[in-house]
Design a protein around this ligand. Structure first.
Ligand SMILES: [Zn+2]
Length: 248
């Protein structure tokens, strides 16, 4: 009996330790201890305070020949503008897709070159990864991207310092508006989540990069007209920032 209790305690301890480790990992990638301070100072933006019914859709990890043009078509049908946080490695391979995004009037942000999230702990790696992607995007569009979304939302004090020096605006996303579209298996459910969770000023995280993007595209096709009916319009990050009423 004592042995069983001890074993159970040991298991509980192991599970607790495991949970702590998972939380610690989560904390370092998504919720840096200074996140709230940086948000208050406007150094990172995850949402904008506005009474107007505007939201910013963001598409990460592209451009992607299997999805980006389809996303552009859906956005066009609903008179929607959005922001694409492209990866330098894909932009380099598919410059015509980056050009298509730009020509359609959407905003292009930098998501780093390689998406090697863990290596962003090494600030000199992070800086050169960001710069490499910036150079690729600038070559294609003729404009230096001023918005940065670090891969995986990675944040560190050194990275923030770099962004301030380089005048890069760090854009994350509205915590509640991350519907994990990359693993969704049900487009109607995904659309419903987006529509029921909507609030003015949200920055919604979706992905045109990666595999099996058809569910996300279908969900977008369903959600946009429903959101329009609710009175929402869809703007780029820069347009959203200009509509901020009370600095957070
Ligand atoms: Zn990403």
């Amino acid at each position: 009996m004592i042995l069983i209790v001890k074993r159970r305690n040991f298991m509980l301890l192991t599970i607790s330790l495991g949970l702590l480790l998972v939380l610690a990992g989560f904390y370092s990638f998504a919720l840096h201890p200074d996140s709230d301070k940086w948000k208050k100072e406007g150094i990172i933006i995850s949402q904008v305070s506005t009474s107007q019914k505007v939201i910013a859709f963001t598409f990460d990890d592209g451009p992607n020949p299997d999805a980006t043009l389809q996303v552009l078509e859906v956005l066009k049908q609903h008179d929607a503008k959005a922001t694409f946080f492209v990866l330098g490695i894909h932009a380099q391979e598919y410059p015509h897709l980056v050009k298509s995004i730009q020509l359609a009037g959407h905003e292009i942000g930098n998501h780093g070159f390689s998406h090697k999230i863990k290596e962003y702990n090494n600030t000199s790696f992070a800086e050169s990864d960001i710069k490499q992607s910036e150079d690729v995007i600038t070559r294609i569009t003729g404009t230096r991207p001023r918005l940065l979304r670090p891969p995986g939302g990675f944040l560190s004090r050194d990275l923030i310092k770099y962004c301030l020096e380089e005048e890069l605006q760090v854009i994350t996303w509205t915590w509640q508006a991350d519907y994990k579209d990359w693993k969704s298996t049900d487009s109607s459910y995904l659309a419903e989540q987006i529509v029921t969770g909507i609030q003015p000023g949200q920055i919604i995280l979706l992905h045109d990069g990666g595999q099996n993007r058809q569910i996300m595209i279908k969900a977008l096709t369903q959600a946009l007209p429903e959101l329009s009916d609710l009175g929402y319009s869809f703007v780029t990050i820069s347009q959203l920032l200009a509509l901020q009423e009370n600095p957070q």
